[in-house]
Design a protein around this ligand. Structure first.
Ligand SMILES: [Zn+2]
Length: 247
């Protein structure tokens, strides 16, 4: 991974790629600066927070903003959209928030910088997308990967499919790529591969518990690769997806 520089509170990860961590939620926001236009990745949790983000964007560049990509639907990534007046929100077609919805892939050229937005399949949510800054070898991956905490399995997660989505993310990234998680600092591709393995191990254990006829309570009493209290939704969702009665 390249050495990160800091400019006006933004961490520079490549010639066009920046990231910045914000409270609350320790959400990590992306900014891509092309010769013609900017692209913002996620918008924070409220209009006021989005306005603060917009002011921070303007400390780096006054170029037009091509769009705000929402990596997924959760509030800490989308509710600042309204602060970006007249700017299209871009994201997976399942998101209510977006003006430009994609089903699998979308791309835009910011002048000297091609950006690809790819839906790798259901994972943290049904509508996750990855934003790849092609010339910089930087990928913003939202909550498909977490650095400052463990992977977050919510009641809208797809624990059995998440690992396959991360296979696609790994495939999109060069060995030396920089990967920006939805929460925390940038990581390298090895980190993504390790987190993918943990997620695959969780999925395999859910399948084994279901096949053994374990109740969710008994399944969660086992030893897991992550703290079991974080896996209640994962096991419940996995059982639902396997068609096993959630008892
Ligand atoms: Zn999040």
């Amino acid at each position: 991974m390249s050495i990160a520089l800091t400019s006006h509170g933004w961490t520079q990860l490549g010639p066009h790629s920046y990231a910045r961590r914000y409270e609350p939620y320790d959400v990590t926001i992306g900014l891509i600066v092309g010769s013609d236009a900017l692209l913002v990745v996620d918008s924070r949790a409220s209009v006021a927070e989005g306005e603060e983000l917009l002011a921070d964007v303007r400390t780096l560049s006054d170029k037009p903003i091509r769009g705000v990509v929402n990596t997924h639907r959760h509030v800490d990534h989308t509710q600042g959209n309204a602060a970006f007046k007249g700017v299209d929100a871009i994201g997976h077609e399942t998101l209510d928030e977006v003006a430009i919805g994609l089903s699998s892939a979308w791309s835009t050229d910011l002048g000297d910088c091609l950006v690809e937005v790819v839906h790798p399949g259901a994972a943290h949510t049904a509508g996750d997308v990855v934003v790849k800054v092609v010339p910089d070898r930087v990928a913003y991956v939202g909550d498909l990967v977490e650095e400052s905490g463990p992977p977050a399995y919510g009641d809208d997660s797809y624990p059995l499919e998440w690992g396959a989505a991360l296979d696609l993310v790994v495939g999109l990234c060069e060995p030396e790529a920089t990967v920006v998680p939805g929460h925390g600092d940038a990581v390298d591709r090895d980190f993504v591969q390790e987190q993918r393995q943990t997620i695959l191990d969780v999925a395999n254990q859910i399948r084994a518990a279901a096949a053994a006829g374990m109740t969710i309570e008994d399944a969660l009493a086992q030893k897991w690769p992550l703290e079991p209290s974080l896996l209640e939704h994962a096991v419940r969702r996995g059982y639902e997806q396997l068609g096993v009665p959630a008892t």
